[in-house]
Design a protein around this ligand. Structure first.
Ligand code: PLP
Length: 244
């Protein structure tokens, strides 16, 4: 099956990149970016051995969750999260990659506290300073970590970035390198409720460069599932994600 072959190919490329970067292959986690793929295809990706599934829209996540799409794999949230939707996913996902403001962290803390749990999050960094993207500016990171340290129901587990779309993966190396620097520098300081374990960066077009620069969590969609088929204006549903 094409999907299984894609995952096997990505796995071996990831393993080689990890070894070349002086790390163990099992220390680099493969998160399947499952948006626009239906529950059946998500289940196939899990059966083929991805480490987690990442969704980027709350509505789609809840719909597919109710269809049993994610059984057997941790579920992550990787997209932009609106504050009024936090309640719906806190505790349901094991990691939110995209905490991009102190106000959002406070809302996650409030909802997690109410449910009596601690929510793991990554802080999203707008590493290329793009106006259209959310995330903390690199210089805002220390203050964000201090804010998170005061929130008992949030635990920061690392950093995440979405650099610009690139033609070749190597174009993003300067951004990946800056992220690794932030990850290492801020990991050395001791904050309550913060442990810098995960550096989430690298997508289908640039994941090998990301791993070479220190990523230990990559989020891969189209290289696993094929090109996404976006629904046209006539269909409200989720496209099947099969190549068109
Ligand atoms: C869709 C998505 C990805 C994966 O993108 P591909 O280029 O298809 O691999 C990674 N991260 C986030 C936040 C996404 O929304």
């Amino acid at each position: 099956m094409e999907l299984d072959e894609n995952i096997a190919r990505i796995r071996s490329a990831l393993a080689a990149a990890a070894l070349a970067a002086g790390r163990r292959p099992e220390d680099v986690l493969l998160v399947a970016a499952t948006k626009m793929n239906d529950a059946e295809r998500v289940r196939r990706a899990i059966a083929a051995g991805v480490d987690a599934c990442g969704e980027n829209r709350v509505q789609e996540l809840l719909e597919k969750q109710s269809q049993g799409a994610y059984a057997g794999a941790p579920l992550h949230f990787i997209g932009h999260l609106q504050r009024n939707k936090v309640r719906q996913i806190v505790g349901l996902v094991s990691l939110i990659h995209s905490a991009d403001s102190v106000a959002l962290l406070e809302e996650i803390d409030r909802c997690a506290g109410k449910k009596g749990l601690v929510q793991d999050v990554l802080l999203e960094i707008n590493i290329a300073g793009e106006a259209a993207k959310s995330g903390f500016a690199p210089e805002e990171l220390p203050a964000a970590l201090e804010a998170a340290a005061r929130l008992p129901s949030v635990r920061v587990r690392g950093l995440m970035a979405i650099p610009p779309i690139c033609v070749s993966g190597d174009e993003n190396r300067p951004y990946f390198t800056k992220m690794q620097q932030l990850f290492v520098d801020n990991g050395e300081k001791k904050y309550d409720n913060v442990s810098m374990d995960f550096l989430s960066m690298g997508m289908s077009g640039d994941y090998l460069a990301a791993v070479a620069c220190g990523a230990n969590m990559v989020r891969i969609g189209s290289a696993i599932f094929g090109p996404r088929q976006y629904p046209d204006h006539n269909s409200g549903g989720i496209a099947n994600g099969l190549p068109g």
